[in-house]
Design a protein around this ligand. Structure first.
Ligand code: UDX
Length: 431
């Protein structure tokens, strides 16, 4: 199939490269000329394990191309994926659809033959109806169908999530469009029967409902972990004990600093704004958002207790600052709130991150180091902020031989029992 991915960001680039890996001819379009020039030179603008090699292989096989020419790319393609950003409108919490509608008006001008227009961006329910209206189904009858095909890609695992999906959700009332997409996804779904055809609005809601549920699951175990701390219970035992019930499932039950990233915070708020618009109270999602927003106060309180509220002149080291391991994405990372708080309290911050220096911390009293040892040297407190593998077997004595290092493990990477045996002053979450 000839595919055009409009938007070569995280979703468009990963999905487009994977489609080309499946043998399709894909053109990834973006209005950011520098991004396209980088891609044409083999420089990948996002950190995603395995993506560089995937792109290189398919560009070499001439199945994957990059362009800024939107009209030509649309005209030459049969399936058009809309993968542009839908940022949160800070005032209303609604998803801002201006980029989606800009792209739709370009598609409208280039309907030179029948096309399946597929929305992969996370959009409010009924957006497909609005797109159909803009394209004017009466004048352009049989020239297009509008489909919802939400993505469920985790940053750091995106290629695996695409190639081994738990499900492919296709929302359309058009048999023709459904058959075309069923064929497109066949290599991924034929053995596993994971192709799910539903209505377009249902597909749009499935995306939000999935992310909101996962965010709620994480928030649930985070609140349970607070109770565990009061009862001297290890929350990881609770995660295993409840997660082994197949009705609950063991994944997304790791207690931590709270969820961040480009999706959960945005999508939970967008779902609440949709529910408000359609006068339906989603009280559970509301409390999830509130609880997660407040988790930073819990982390600040914990650090104050660990430091006995003495911060002046103290050095605090962060190992990892992104919102989770496996990504360079800083969006809604808890470090963005913790570091300024600790600087304001009078401490000096050092940090190391496997994905390099962060512009978000170009400020006094915050210093980046390109290695763990120098970052930890002479530190008073070490905060394990993300769960990178290279943080999982540290020799803390070597890291800071001079003084007794306090360790606050936000990801429960170590065993409290073993750390106690080694006389470390070790703190973690829910234990
Ligand atoms: C998420 C969804 O998983 C994915 O399906 C959707 O398409 C995009 O949003 P992503 O945001 O990349 O993916 O990361 P994810 O691995 O889901 O983690 C989200 C946040 O939850 C991170 O801050 C992570 O640290 C946190 N998390 C995740 C936990 O605190 N505990 C867990 O057990 C899992």
């Amino acid at each position: 199939m000839k595919i055009c991915m409009i938007g070569s960001g995280y979703v468009g680039l990963v999905s487009g490269s994977c489609f080309s890996e499946l043998g399709n001819h894909v053109i990834c379009v973006d209005n950011n000329l520098n991004k396209i020039i980088s891609l044409k030179n083999g420089i990948i603008p996002i950190y995603e394990p395995g993506l560089e090699e995937l792109i290189y292989r398919n560009v070499k096989q001439k199945r994957l191309k990059f362009s800024t020419n939107l009209s030509k790319s649309i005209q030459n393609s049969d399936i058009i994926f809309i993968c542009v950003g839908t940022p949160t409108n800070k005032r209303t919490n609604e998803a801002n659809l201006k980029y989606v509608f800009q792209v739709v008006s370009s598609i409208k001008k280039n309907l030179n033959k029948y096309k399946v227009i597929v929305n992969k961006s996370t959009v409010p329910i009924t957006t497909g109806d609005k797109i159909e209206k803009i394209l004017n189904i009466k004048i352009n009858k049989n020239k297009f169908d509008v489909v919802s095909n939400p993505e469920f890609l985790r940053e750091g695992e995106a290629i695996r999530d695409f190639m081994y999906p738990d499900r492919v959700v296709i929302g359309t009332s058009s048999k023709k469009a459904n058959n075309i997409l069923k064929n497109l996804y066949l290599p991924l779904t034929k053995k596993t029967n994971k192709y799910f055809h539903t209505s377009r609005r249902a597909a749009e809601l499935i995306k939000y409902a999935s992310n909101a549920f996962l965010a709620t699951k994480i928030t649930y175990i985070n609140e349970i972990s607070n109770l565990c701390e009061k009862l001297n219970i290890d929350v990881t035992d609770i995660s295993v004990g409840i997660g082994s019930d197949e009705r609950i499932g063991s994944r997304f039950l790791r207690a931590g600093p709270g969820y961040g990233g480009s999706c959960f915070p945005k999508d939970t708020r967008a779902l609440l704004s949709i529910s408000k618009k359609f006068k339906t109270n989603l009280s559970i999602v509301k409390s999830t958002v509130k609880s997660n927003d407040e988790r930073i106060k819990y982390l600040q309180k914990r650090i104050k207790e660990i430091m006995k509220n003495s911060f002046k002149g103290k050095k605090i080291t962060f190992l990892g600052v992104t919102f989770k391991a496996g990504t360079d994405d800083m969006r809604d990372a808890s470090s963005l709130k913790l570091i300024p708080y600790l600087v304001k309290k009078g401490s000096r911050i050092s940090y190391y991150d496997p994905t390099g220096i962060k512009s978000e911390f170009n400020r006094k009293k915050v210093k980046y180091y390109n290695n763990i040892k120098d970052a930890c040297n002479n530190s008073d407190l070490l905060i394990l902020h993300t769960e990178w593998n290279e943080f999982k077997q540290l020799n803390f004595n070597k890291l800071n031989p001079k003084k007794n290092l306090k360790i606050f493990d936000l990801r429960n990477l170590y065993s409290p029992v073993k750390m106690k045996k080694k006389n470390y002053e070790y703190y973690s979450i829910g234990r």
